[in-house]
Design a protein around this ligand. Sequence first.
Ligand SMILES: [Fe+2]
Ligand SMILES: [Fe+2]
Length: 305
Amino acid sequence: MLTDDIVESSHVKETLKKLSLLWRDRAVVNNGPKDYTSIAFDSAKPDFAESLLPFRSHPRWLSAAPELKSTVLSYAWAIYNLKTVYIECDIVTPACEALIKSPVGGGHARYELQQVMSEALLDEALHTKMSISACNYIYQHRKLKPVDYTDFNLVTWRARLLAQCDSEWKRRLTTFAIACASETLITDYLKTLSDDAAIQPLCREVTRAHAIDEWGHSSVFSVAAEHIVGSLSESERAYFANVVPKTVEMFADNEMGAWSTVLTYLDFPHCKEIVEDSEKIGHVKVYQDSVATLLSKLGLPARVN
Ligand SMILES: [Fe+2]
Ligand SMILES: [Fe+2]
């Protein structure tokens, strides 16, 4: 058993070292300052993919005026970026900071774990800056009033779950499990936009650059999870396995509160009906696969309680 543990932790250590080397070459932060806002604005292109709207098939949406639909797509870009900023600042950053300050799972890969987490932290700070600039670029070119929204379901759910934790290990594990699931899911979330040649060039470029970093992060968090889960007790493992699928559900949430704010502000015809109908629509299913793979790699059951 002891031999297995040593082999296991040296595998984690070596993999984290390799990921750190890849980060030096590939991370956006290491490839010189880039001003995405110098990319030419194309007023004829939509600022977001219609296929990602929760109400894309709703008859009231389909029959709306094209100019109004175009403005809604600009606000979709804003909501998307605002949610990204919340994920970076309120979900991933606290998990990176906790592991840098106190690398659980400790032992062999302690230094490497701190190293990759400090690199991810640096990336997330840059992504926050990229999201804000990209969002303001669209507001300025389209001459739109910025939307203020702070109650993303993913973030308020996380705060509730942390408030219910009755011990420090549960709080730490909750912080890590939610970040770990989010980091596994975010690549799928970015893929549609980064592959879409029909959308605003800046929106595509910023999403593509972010996606490159997130491919790295999904490996970093999955190897960190391997390391951390390996050091947990049976009950801690069960707790982790329970939080991850719940995060999937919240990550894929349609965030209709944000949509209600925007559609009401735009005085979009029948907006109440659109919001009510969209709230009944299930969450995006596409996210399930990558998390199921993560759990099976960790030897944990995929279940939602
Ligand atoms: Fe990010
Ligand atoms: Fe990330």
